[in-house]
Design a protein around this ligand. Structure first.
Ligand code: NAP
Length: 375
Protein backbone atom coordinates (compact mmCIF):
# COMPACT_ATOMS: atom_id res chain seq x y z
CA UNK A 1 0.00 0.00 0.00
CA UNK A 2 1.54 3.31 -1.09
CA UNK A 3 2.07 5.96 1.58
CA UNK A 4 0.88 9.57 1.55
CA UNK A 5 4.51 10.63 1.05
CA UNK A 6 4.73 8.38 -2.00
CA UNK A 7 1.50 9.91 -3.33
CA UNK A 8 2.98 13.40 -2.90
CA UNK A 9 6.13 12.25 -4.70
CA UNK A 10 3.96 10.85 -7.50
CA UNK A 11 2.24 14.24 -7.92
CA UNK A 12 5.68 15.81 -8.16
CA UNK A 13 6.76 13.16 -10.69
CA UNK A 14 3.65 13.86 -12.82
CA UNK A 15 4.49 17.58 -12.79
CA UNK A 16 8.10 16.85 -13.75
CA UNK A 17 6.94 14.65 -16.64
CA UNK A 18 4.73 17.45 -17.98
CA UNK A 19 7.77 19.69 -18.42
CA UNK A 20 8.76 17.68 -21.49
CA UNK A 21 5.36 17.62 -23.25
CA UNK A 22 6.01 18.15 -26.95
CA UNK A 23 9.67 17.12 -26.73
CA UNK A 24 9.74 13.33 -26.22
CA UNK A 25 7.73 11.85 -29.07
CA UNK A 26 7.55 9.08 -30.05
CA UNK A 27 8.33 8.34 -26.40
CA UNK A 28 6.07 9.04 -23.41
CA UNK A 29 6.66 11.79 -20.87
CA UNK A 30 7.91 10.28 -17.61
CA UNK A 31 8.88 11.72 -14.23
CA UNK A 32 10.65 10.04 -11.31
CA UNK A 33 11.42 10.90 -7.68
CA UNK A 34 13.76 8.84 -5.47
CA UNK A 35 12.82 8.75 -1.76
CA UNK A 36 14.90 7.51 1.15
CA UNK A 37 13.16 5.20 3.68
CA UNK A 38 12.14 8.25 5.73
CA UNK A 39 10.42 9.78 2.69
CA UNK A 40 13.00 12.48 1.94
CA UNK A 41 13.62 13.14 -1.75
CA UNK A 42 17.16 12.16 -2.77
CA UNK A 43 16.88 13.02 -6.45
CA UNK A 44 14.37 13.62 -9.22
CA UNK A 45 14.39 13.58 -12.97
CA UNK A 46 12.29 13.45 -16.10
CA UNK A 47 12.66 12.23 -19.66
CA UNK A 48 13.55 15.40 -21.55
CA UNK A 49 14.04 14.31 -25.16
CA UNK A 50 13.57 11.16 -27.26
CA UNK A 51 16.98 9.45 -27.28
CA UNK A 52 17.97 11.10 -23.99
CA UNK A 53 18.17 9.38 -20.60
CA UNK A 54 14.96 8.02 -19.15
CA UNK A 55 13.46 9.61 -16.02
CA UNK A 56 14.66 6.88 -13.66
CA UNK A 57 18.25 7.20 -14.88
CA UNK A 58 18.07 11.01 -14.57
CA UNK A 59 16.75 10.73 -11.02
CA UNK A 60 19.42 8.18 -10.02
CA UNK A 61 22.09 10.45 -11.51
CA UNK A 62 20.69 13.50 -9.67
CA UNK A 63 20.74 11.59 -6.35
CA UNK A 64 24.27 10.42 -7.01
CA UNK A 65 25.42 13.94 -8.01
CA UNK A 66 24.02 15.20 -4.68
CA UNK A 67 26.14 12.58 -2.87
CA UNK A 68 23.24 10.35 -1.79
CA UNK A 69 23.38 6.58 -1.43
CA UNK A 70 20.21 5.22 -3.08
CA UNK A 71 20.59 1.62 -1.82
CA UNK A 72 17.37 0.71 -0.04
CA UNK A 73 15.54 3.74 -1.48
CA UNK A 74 12.13 3.92 -3.20
CA UNK A 75 11.70 5.04 -6.80
CA UNK A 76 8.35 6.74 -7.52
CA UNK A 77 7.77 6.85 -11.28
CA UNK A 78 4.82 7.83 -13.47
CA UNK A 79 5.16 4.90 -15.90
CA UNK A 80 6.17 1.28 -15.33
CA UNK A 81 9.97 1.19 -15.73
CA UNK A 82 10.88 -0.08 -19.17
CA UNK A 83 12.33 -3.51 -19.74
CA UNK A 84 13.99 -3.13 -23.10
CA UNK A 85 17.15 -1.76 -24.62
CA UNK A 86 16.32 0.93 -27.15
CA UNK A 87 18.44 4.01 -27.62
CA UNK A 88 19.07 3.73 -23.86
CA UNK A 89 19.32 0.71 -21.53
CA UNK A 90 16.41 -0.83 -19.61
CA UNK A 91 15.37 1.23 -16.58
CA UNK A 92 14.23 -1.81 -14.58
CA UNK A 93 17.81 -3.09 -14.67
CA UNK A 94 19.26 0.33 -13.80
CA UNK A 95 17.05 0.47 -10.69
CA UNK A 96 18.04 -3.07 -9.66
CA UNK A 97 21.74 -2.35 -10.20
CA UNK A 98 21.46 0.84 -8.11
CA UNK A 99 20.04 -1.16 -5.18
CA UNK A 100 16.56 0.39 -5.19
CA UNK A 101 14.41 -1.61 -2.74
CA UNK A 102 10.93 -0.45 -3.73
CA UNK A 103 9.36 0.86 -6.93
CA UNK A 104 5.96 2.57 -7.02
CA UNK A 105 4.65 3.38 -10.49
CA UNK A 106 1.39 4.85 -11.76
CA UNK A 107 0.59 3.48 -15.24
CA UNK A 108 1.48 0.05 -16.66
CA UNK A 109 3.46 0.20 -19.92
CA UNK A 110 1.16 -1.23 -22.62
CA UNK A 111 3.80 -1.46 -25.37
CA UNK A 112 4.95 -4.92 -26.44
CA UNK A 113 8.67 -4.23 -26.27
CA UNK A 114 8.89 -2.20 -23.05
CA UNK A 115 6.32 -4.03 -20.90
CA UNK A 116 7.44 -6.46 -18.21
CA UNK A 117 9.55 -4.01 -16.20
CA UNK A 118 7.47 -4.61 -13.07
CA UNK A 119 7.88 -8.39 -13.38
CA UNK A 120 11.65 -8.00 -13.84
CA UNK A 121 11.84 -5.81 -10.74
CA UNK A 122 9.73 -8.21 -8.67
CA UNK A 123 11.78 -11.20 -9.83
CA UNK A 124 14.90 -9.39 -8.61
CA UNK A 125 13.31 -9.01 -5.17
CA UNK A 126 12.30 -5.34 -5.54
CA UNK A 127 9.02 -4.53 -3.74
CA UNK A 128 6.96 -3.32 -6.73
CA UNK A 129 3.54 -1.65 -6.73
CA UNK A 130 1.58 -0.22 -9.68
CA UNK A 131 -1.51 1.97 -10.04
CA UNK A 132 -0.73 4.87 -7.69
CA UNK A 133 -2.53 7.98 -9.10
CA UNK A 134 -2.88 6.10 -12.37
CA UNK A 135 -5.68 8.32 -13.75
CA UNK A 136 -3.74 11.54 -13.15
CA UNK A 137 -0.57 10.12 -14.65
CA UNK A 138 -2.48 8.69 -17.64
CA UNK A 139 -4.05 12.12 -18.28
CA UNK A 140 -0.55 13.60 -18.37
CA UNK A 141 0.48 10.95 -20.89
CA UNK A 142 -2.73 11.07 -22.93
CA UNK A 143 -0.93 11.73 -26.21
CA UNK A 144 1.40 8.78 -25.95
CA UNK A 145 -1.25 6.40 -24.57
CA UNK A 146 -3.69 7.38 -27.34
CA UNK A 147 -1.08 6.67 -29.96
CA UNK A 148 -0.16 3.31 -28.41
CA UNK A 149 -3.75 2.19 -27.89
CA UNK A 150 -5.39 3.63 -31.05
CA UNK A 151 -2.52 3.91 -33.52
CA UNK A 152 -3.16 7.60 -34.18
CA UNK A 153 -2.05 10.86 -32.54
CA UNK A 154 -4.00 12.47 -29.70
CA UNK A 155 -5.98 15.44 -31.09
CA UNK A 156 -6.69 18.61 -29.14
CA UNK A 157 -9.01 20.98 -30.97
CA UNK A 158 -8.49 24.58 -29.90
CA UNK A 159 -10.69 27.46 -30.95
CA UNK A 160 -11.27 31.06 -30.03
CA UNK A 161 -14.78 32.47 -30.12
CA UNK A 162 -16.96 35.25 -28.90
CA UNK A 163 -19.48 34.55 -26.17
CA UNK A 164 -22.05 33.91 -28.91
CA UNK A 165 -19.81 31.24 -30.45
CA UNK A 166 -18.53 33.15 -33.50
CA UNK A 167 -15.02 32.41 -34.68
CA UNK A 168 -14.85 35.27 -37.17
CA UNK A 169 -16.88 38.33 -38.08
CA UNK A 170 -19.29 38.46 -41.01
CA UNK A 171 -16.57 40.01 -43.20
CA UNK A 172 -14.17 37.12 -42.38
CA UNK A 173 -11.91 39.06 -40.03
CA UNK A 174 -10.97 37.04 -36.95
CA UNK A 175 -7.64 38.33 -35.67
CA UNK A 176 -7.47 39.05 -31.95
CA UNK A 177 -10.89 37.75 -30.97
CA UNK A 178 -9.33 36.85 -27.64
CA UNK A 179 -6.88 38.62 -25.33
CA UNK A 180 -3.08 38.59 -25.28
CA UNK A 181 -3.25 36.19 -22.28
CA UNK A 182 -5.25 33.66 -24.28
CA UNK A 183 -2.98 33.99 -27.30
CA UNK A 184 0.07 33.41 -25.10
CA UNK A 185 -1.62 30.29 -23.74
CA UNK A 186 -2.07 29.01 -27.30
CA UNK A 187 1.71 29.21 -27.74
CA UNK A 188 2.02 26.93 -24.71
CA UNK A 189 -0.36 24.45 -26.38
CA UNK A 190 1.72 24.62 -29.55
CA UNK A 191 4.90 24.02 -27.57
CA UNK A 192 3.32 20.92 -26.02
CA UNK A 193 2.19 19.52 -29.38
CA UNK A 194 4.14 17.59 -31.99
CA UNK A 195 2.11 19.05 -34.86
CA UNK A 196 -0.18 22.05 -35.42
CA UNK A 197 -2.83 21.54 -38.11
CA UNK A 198 -4.96 24.05 -40.05
CA UNK A 199 -7.18 23.88 -43.10
CA UNK A 200 -6.55 25.68 -46.37
CA UNK A 201 -9.40 28.12 -45.59
CA UNK A 202 -7.57 29.43 -42.53
CA UNK A 203 -4.36 29.61 -44.52
CA UNK A 204 -6.02 31.75 -47.18
CA UNK A 205 -7.85 33.96 -44.66
CA UNK A 206 -5.10 34.54 -42.10
CA UNK A 207 -1.73 33.48 -43.55
CA UNK A 208 -0.86 32.11 -40.06
CA UNK A 209 2.72 31.39 -38.99
CA UNK A 210 1.87 28.57 -36.53
CA UNK A 211 5.36 28.38 -34.95
CA UNK A 212 5.90 28.62 -31.18
CA UNK A 213 6.91 32.01 -29.77
CA UNK A 214 8.26 32.86 -26.32
CA UNK A 215 9.07 29.28 -25.20
CA UNK A 216 12.85 29.13 -25.42
CA UNK A 217 13.38 25.39 -25.04
CA UNK A 218 10.37 24.29 -27.04
CA UNK A 219 10.79 21.85 -29.87
CA UNK A 220 8.98 23.54 -32.77
CA UNK A 221 5.95 21.50 -33.86
CA UNK A 222 5.46 20.28 -37.40
CA UNK A 223 3.17 22.81 -39.12
CA UNK A 224 0.58 21.01 -41.24
CA UNK A 225 -1.78 22.55 -43.81
CA UNK A 226 -4.64 20.41 -45.12
CA UNK A 227 -4.84 21.74 -48.64
CA UNK A 228 -6.51 19.42 -51.16
CA UNK A 229 -5.62 21.48 -54.24
CA UNK A 230 -2.20 22.74 -53.10
CA UNK A 231 -3.46 26.31 -53.00
CA UNK A 232 -0.67 27.44 -50.68
CA UNK A 233 1.61 29.99 -52.31
CA UNK A 234 5.42 29.87 -51.99
CA UNK A 235 5.39 33.14 -50.00
CA UNK A 236 3.06 31.83 -47.25
CA UNK A 237 4.42 32.51 -43.76
CA UNK A 238 3.94 28.87 -42.83
CA UNK A 239 6.64 27.94 -45.36
CA UNK A 240 9.43 29.90 -43.67
CA UNK A 241 12.21 28.04 -41.84
CA UNK A 242 11.05 28.79 -38.27
CA UNK A 243 9.66 25.24 -38.01
CA UNK A 244 9.19 22.24 -40.31
CA UNK A 245 6.07 22.28 -42.50
CA UNK A 246 4.06 19.58 -44.24
CA UNK A 247 1.44 20.33 -46.90
CA UNK A 248 -1.16 17.56 -47.19
CA UNK A 249 -2.70 17.58 -50.68
CA UNK A 250 -5.00 15.39 -52.77
CA UNK A 251 -3.58 12.61 -54.90
CA UNK A 252 -3.81 14.62 -58.14
CA UNK A 253 -2.88 18.11 -56.90
CA UNK A 254 -0.41 20.12 -58.96
CA UNK A 255 2.49 20.98 -56.63
CA UNK A 256 5.00 22.22 -59.20
CA UNK A 257 4.92 25.68 -57.59
CA UNK A 258 6.18 24.17 -54.31
CA UNK A 259 9.69 22.84 -55.06
CA UNK A 260 11.52 21.74 -51.91
CA UNK A 261 8.33 21.78 -49.82
CA UNK A 262 7.47 18.60 -47.90
CA UNK A 263 4.21 17.46 -49.51
CA UNK A 264 2.18 14.33 -48.79
CA UNK A 265 -0.56 13.05 -51.05
CA UNK A 266 -3.61 11.67 -49.30
CA UNK A 267 -6.93 10.15 -50.42
CA UNK A 268 -10.13 12.19 -50.43
CA UNK A 269 -12.66 11.82 -47.62
CA UNK A 270 -15.35 9.21 -48.16
CA UNK A 271 -19.08 9.80 -47.77
CA UNK A 272 -18.74 9.70 -43.96
CA UNK A 273 -16.13 12.45 -43.89
CA UNK A 274 -18.53 15.26 -42.92
CA UNK A 275 -20.09 17.71 -45.32
CA UNK A 276 -16.89 19.29 -46.61
CA UNK A 277 -15.21 16.70 -48.79
CA UNK A 278 -11.52 17.44 -48.71
CA UNK A 279 -8.94 14.96 -47.47
CA UNK A 280 -9.52 11.86 -45.38
CA UNK A 281 -8.93 12.74 -41.71
CA UNK A 282 -7.87 9.23 -40.70
CA UNK A 283 -5.39 9.05 -43.59
CA UNK A 284 -3.93 12.36 -42.43
CA UNK A 285 -3.62 11.16 -38.84
CA UNK A 286 -2.10 7.87 -40.01
CA UNK A 287 0.51 9.77 -41.99
CA UNK A 288 1.35 11.99 -39.02
CA UNK A 289 1.57 8.96 -36.71
CA UNK A 290 3.99 7.30 -39.14
CA UNK A 291 6.13 10.43 -38.90
CA UNK A 292 6.37 10.10 -35.10
CA UNK A 293 3.66 12.66 -34.29
CA UNK A 294 1.91 11.67 -31.07
CA UNK A 295 -0.05 14.87 -30.35
CA UNK A 296 -1.86 17.20 -32.73
CA UNK A 297 -3.08 20.70 -31.95
CA UNK A 298 -5.94 21.29 -34.39
CA UNK A 299 -6.24 25.06 -34.83
CA UNK A 300 -9.15 25.01 -37.23
CA UNK A 301 -10.84 26.46 -38.94
CA UNK A 302 -14.46 25.53 -38.44
CA UNK A 303 -14.75 23.37 -41.56
CA UNK A 304 -11.73 21.20 -40.81
CA UNK A 305 -12.70 20.95 -37.13
CA UNK A 306 -16.15 19.75 -38.25
CA UNK A 307 -14.54 16.96 -40.26
CA UNK A 308 -12.38 15.91 -37.32
CA UNK A 309 -15.42 15.79 -35.02
CA UNK A 310 -17.38 13.89 -37.63
CA UNK A 311 -14.52 11.38 -37.91
CA UNK A 312 -14.50 10.87 -34.10
CA UNK A 313 -10.97 12.19 -34.03
CA UNK A 314 -11.06 14.89 -31.33
CA UNK A 315 -9.89 13.81 -27.87
CA UNK A 316 -9.94 17.15 -26.05
CA UNK A 317 -11.45 20.57 -26.74
CA UNK A 318 -10.02 23.84 -25.47
CA UNK A 319 -12.25 26.83 -26.14
CA UNK A 320 -11.12 30.41 -25.47
CA UNK A 321 -14.25 32.50 -25.01
CA UNK A 322 -13.93 36.25 -25.26
CA UNK A 323 -16.56 38.48 -23.60
CA UNK A 324 -17.61 39.95 -26.94
CA UNK A 325 -20.60 39.50 -29.23
CA UNK A 326 -20.68 39.47 -33.02
CA UNK A 327 -24.17 38.24 -33.86
CA UNK A 328 -23.09 37.20 -37.37
CA UNK A 329 -20.13 35.38 -38.88
CA UNK A 330 -19.10 31.72 -38.95
CA UNK A 331 -19.65 29.53 -35.91
CA UNK A 332 -16.60 28.08 -34.13
CA UNK A 333 -17.51 24.63 -35.43
CA UNK A 334 -18.70 23.86 -38.95
CA UNK A 335 -20.79 20.93 -40.12
CA UNK A 336 -19.83 17.90 -38.03
CA UNK A 337 -22.45 15.59 -39.46
CA UNK A 338 -24.74 16.16 -36.48
CA UNK A 339 -28.30 16.82 -37.61
CA UNK A 340 -30.39 16.50 -34.47
CA UNK A 341 -30.04 17.28 -30.77
CA UNK A 342 -30.07 13.62 -29.81
CA UNK A 343 -26.81 13.23 -31.73
CA UNK A 344 -25.04 16.21 -30.08
CA UNK A 345 -21.49 15.38 -29.09
CA UNK A 346 -21.67 15.59 -25.33
CA UNK A 347 -18.57 16.72 -23.47
CA UNK A 348 -17.46 16.71 -19.87
CA UNK A 349 -15.81 19.94 -18.68
CA UNK A 350 -12.49 19.10 -17.02
CA UNK A 351 -11.23 22.63 -16.37
CA UNK A 352 -12.42 26.24 -16.38
CA UNK A 353 -9.89 29.07 -16.09
CA UNK A 354 -9.88 32.84 -16.48
CA UNK A 355 -7.18 34.22 -18.77
CA UNK A 356 -7.26 38.00 -18.56
CA UNK A 357 -10.80 38.91 -19.61
CA UNK A 358 -11.42 35.55 -21.30
CA UNK A 359 -12.64 32.14 -20.19
CA UNK A 360 -10.74 28.99 -21.12
CA UNK A 361 -12.91 25.89 -21.06
CA UNK A 362 -11.35 22.44 -21.41
CA UNK A 363 -13.62 19.48 -22.11
CA UNK A 364 -13.41 15.90 -23.29
CA UNK A 365 -16.03 13.80 -25.09
CA UNK A 366 -18.00 11.71 -22.62
CA UNK A 367 -17.77 7.95 -22.87
CA UNK A 368 -21.18 7.66 -24.54
CA UNK A 369 -20.40 10.82 -26.57
CA UNK A 370 -23.98 11.39 -27.72
CA UNK A 371 -27.01 12.55 -25.79
CA UNK A 372 -29.64 10.04 -24.75
CA UNK A 373 -32.80 10.02 -26.86
CA UNK A 374 -35.50 12.30 -25.46
CA UNK A 375 -38.84 10.77 -24.56
N1 NAP B 1 -11.41 31.65 -34.08
C1 NAP B 1 -10.70 30.58 -34.35
O1 NAP B 1 -10.33 29.83 -33.44
C2 NAP B 1 -10.30 30.31 -35.74
C3 NAP B 1 -9.35 29.34 -36.00
C4 NAP B 1 -9.02 29.10 -37.32
C5 NAP B 1 -9.66 29.79 -38.32
N2 NAP B 1 -10.57 30.74 -38.03
C6 NAP B 1 -11.26 31.47 -39.07
O2 NAP B 1 -11.99 30.51 -39.81
C7 NAP B 1 -12.07 30.94 -41.18
C8 NAP B 1 -11.61 29.82 -42.09
O3 NAP B 1 -12.32 28.67 -41.74
P1 NAP B 1 -12.84 27.66 -42.84
O4 NAP B 1 -13.77 26.76 -42.12
O5 NAP B 1 -13.27 28.39 -44.02
O6 NAP B 1 -11.50 26.95 -43.25
P2 NAP B 1 -10.63 25.76 -42.67
O7 NAP B 1 -11.42 24.83 -41.83
O8 NAP B 1 -9.36 26.31 -42.15
O9 NAP B 1 -10.26 25.04 -44.02
C9 NAP B 1 -11.29 24.43 -44.76
C10 NAP B 1 -10.73 23.96 -46.04
O10 NAP B 1 -9.78 22.93 -45.77
C11 NAP B 1 -9.77 22.04 -46.86
N3 NAP B 1 -9.95 20.69 -46.39
C12 NAP B 1 -9.19 19.64 -46.77
N4 NAP B 1 -9.62 18.54 -46.18
C13 NAP B 1 -10.68 18.88 -45.43
C14 NAP B 1 -11.56 18.13 -44.61
N5 NAP B 1 -11.44 16.80 -44.44
N6 NAP B 1 -12.54 18.78 -44.00
C15 NAP B 1 -12.69 20.11 -44.13
N7 NAP B 1 -11.89 20.86 -44.89
C16 NAP B 1 -10.89 20.24 -45.53
C17 NAP B 1 -10.96 22.40 -47.74
O11 NAP B 1 -10.48 23.14 -48.86
P3 NAP B 1 -9.68 22.38 -50.04
O12 NAP B 1 -10.30 21.02 -50.13
O13 NAP B 1 -9.92 23.24 -51.20
O14 NAP B 1 -8.27 22.37 -49.60
C18 NAP B 1 -11.79 23.32 -46.89
O15 NAP B 1 -12.46 24.28 -47.64
C19 NAP B 1 -11.22 32.17 -41.27
O16 NAP B 1 -12.06 33.31 -41.19
C20 NAP B 1 -10.34 32.09 -40.07
O17 NAP B 1 -9.93 33.36 -39.66
C21 NAP B 1 -10.90 31.02 -36.76
Amino acid sequence: MATATEADAMRRAIALAARALGATSPNPVVGCVILDPQGTALGEGWHRRAGGPHAEVEALAAASAAGHDVRGATAVVTLEPCNHTGRTGPCAQALITAGIARVVYAVADPTDDATGGAATLAAAGVDTEGGLLADEAAAGNAAWLTSVLHGRPFVLWKYAATLDGRSAAADGTSRWITSADSRADVHRLRAEADAVVVGSGTLRADDPHLAVRDHEDAVQPLRVVVDTHASVTPGARVLDDAAPTLIAVGEHADTTHLPGVDVVRLPRAGADGGGHGGLDVHALLGELHARGVRSVLLEGGPALAGSFISAGAVDRVVGYLAPALLGAGPAALGDAGIGTIARALRLEVTDVARLGPDLRITAVPTASATAPEEN
